[in-house]
Design a protein around this ligand. Structure first.
Ligand code: MN
Length: 496
């Protein structure tokens, strides 16, 4: 893959400035990673290019793509974040730094819900800029595509992490294209036998279904033409493997009870055309009762819009028909990333979109922004926090009173703002708290009243001998957990 492959993948023509930016990012990444190899044997830069290409393919804007090229530079090469900042300025540096921090989040042995919850929170909290999440998703997608070159235990670990964390995130951001591919790839590694069965089963029937879809498309097309509907595009899709398998399990492994095995998508110019097309389809083919869904009037929580109906199509076979506009289609495939393609005044809109807090008053909320906020609300509901403060200024970082720090092993500790290493130590274990003698933040010694920053790795130095907290700690600890442990331990010592 070359840089040209990235350029030609962009959905919109690039201006010279954007091209120059991306070229410079590539130059820095190529030089920094030179000599490094992936497990596949490829030069490391191929991973950076693949990540950038995925970003361009979902319609991400040029700065995101540039940051995608640089995403592994600070962590894996000699080039520092400061050097990136010097060359590219604060915005791209912030994106790259965000990725570096996110890369510390790992799904370890624990599958407990509180841990998964913390991981999801973490993603939102760390990704004060949603573009960071897009880059992380693209990075993960390429890593999943090349997972076969890793040892089996790593394959399983990465695949499970992808299923628990990245697939839900892609889904909530409405990036269907990435979600589906990631989901199928996890299936391959987590349930290899079922994957093989479904894959082979599918392969046998695939040709036949393809031929049927072709015929059905031709017939539907000419029907719509007769009725005077101009169709932008009409195409078919066979259900994805993992989602097919899950549905089979729910339907007692009976394929005949799955009605959306074959779907035909009709893309028409306007919303009015969507409803008119639905009417014509129903007039021509008998619809199945109770299978009509109007996601245009009532979008899914992730913003998905479309009309769905199940009909007895040509030759009486059951097919699902999805009707939507081009914009709805792009947004369902590319999610939040697609907004860039539809922004009239892209610079301003992007700034408003990603940095809404920068402007005191938000004059006009566009429809999609509201959808995005709805998503966050939905997400917030799911993780069980219920306060209004995140709406203030419409900031993405609604966990702003939270700090997430890591243990050296990558576990996440959720702390209040201004928390100190003592709070951190007690939230790991009271014994660790009581035995604290010093602390390091990102490898550097810090005082015990140090205010921890979001995303820092905190290492607590303890002694085996001293197990008594210092009364002065009460002056700067923030968590009630730490305070009460300190008090309790001091009381006990007084009694002795
Ligand atoms: Mn990477």
């Amino acid at each position: 893959m070359t840089l040209d492959d990235v350029f030609t993948t962009f959905k919109r023509p690039l201006n010279d400035k954007d091209k120059k930016l991306i070229t410079q990012a590539w130059e820095m990444a190529e030089e920094a990673h030179r000599g490094q190899k992936r497990r596949s044997g490829d030069d490391y830069i191929q991973h950076c290019l693949a990540t950038a290409k995925i970003l361009a393919s979902i319609g991400a804007e040029p700065k995101t793509v540039a940051a995608g090229l640089l995403h592994d530079v600070p962590e894996d090469t000699e080039v520092t974040l400061a050097q990136i900042e010097k060359k590219f300025g604060p915005e791209i540096t912030l994106l790259v730094d965000g990725i570096t921090k996110l890369s510390k989040i790992r799904l370890r042995g624990s599958k407990e819900e509180y841990f998964l919850e913390n991981l999801r929170k973490m993603f939102l909290a760390m990704a004060a800029d949603i573009r960071v999440v897009l880059i992380k998703l693209a990075d993960r997608l390429h890593n999943m595509r090349t997972l076969e070159y890793n040892p089996p235990d790593k394959q399983k670990r990465i695949a499970r992490e992808t299923l628990e964390i990245f697939v839900p995130i892609a889904n909530r951001l409405g990036i269907g294209e990435i979600k589906d591919e990631l989901d199928d790839l996890t299936f391959k590694y987590l349930e290899p036998e079922n994957y093989k069965k479904i894959y082979e089963h599918g392969a046998k029937q695939y040709k036949e279904k393809e031929l049927y879809i072709e015929k059905a498309i031709t017939e539907i097309k000419s029907t719509l033409k007769k009725e005077g509907i101009s169709v932008n595009d009409i195409h078919g899709r066979v259900k994805r493997l993992h989602s097919f398998f899950r549905k089979l399990q729910r339907k007692d492994m009976d394929e005949n009870r799955i009605y959306d095995l074959i779907a035909i998508r009709i893309i028409v110019p306007s919303v009015a055309d969507c409803y008119e097309t639905l009417g014509i389809i129903h007039k021509t083919y008998r619809p199945m009762v109770g299978r009509i869904k109007d996601y245009i009037s009532l979008p899914k929580p992730n913003g998905y819009q479309s009309l769905h109906t199940t009909i007895f199509g040509p030759q009486g076979r059951i097919i699902e028909v999805q009707i939507r506009t081009q914009k709805m289609h792009d947004e369902s495939e590319f999610g939040i990333a697609a907004h860039w393609m539809y922004a009239e005044n892209e610079q301003r809109r992007w700034r408003d979109y990603f940095w809404p807090g920068k402007k005191k008053e938000v004059k006009k909320l566009d429809e999609k922004k509201i959808a995005w906020i709805r998503q966050l609300q939905q997400w917030q509901k799911e993780i069980g926090r219920d306060d209004d403060e995140f709406l203030e200024g419409l900031k993405i970082d609604f966990f702003k009173n939270h700090i997430f720090a890591f243990t050296p092993k990558g576990d996440i500790v959720d702390l209040p703002e201004d928390a100190t290493p003592i709070d951190f130590a007690y939230s790991i274990h009271s014994e660790v708290g009581n035995g604290t003698t010093g602390a390091k933040a990102d490898g550097k010694m810090v005082p015990l009243d140090y205010k921890i920053n979001n995303g820092q790795v905190i290492e607590i130095l303890t002694t085996k001998d001293k197990k008594t907290p210092n009364r002065d700690w009460l002056k700067f600890t923030r968590t009630s957990n730490a305070k009460s442990h300190i008090r309790r331990t001091l009381r006990k010592d007084d009694q002795i």
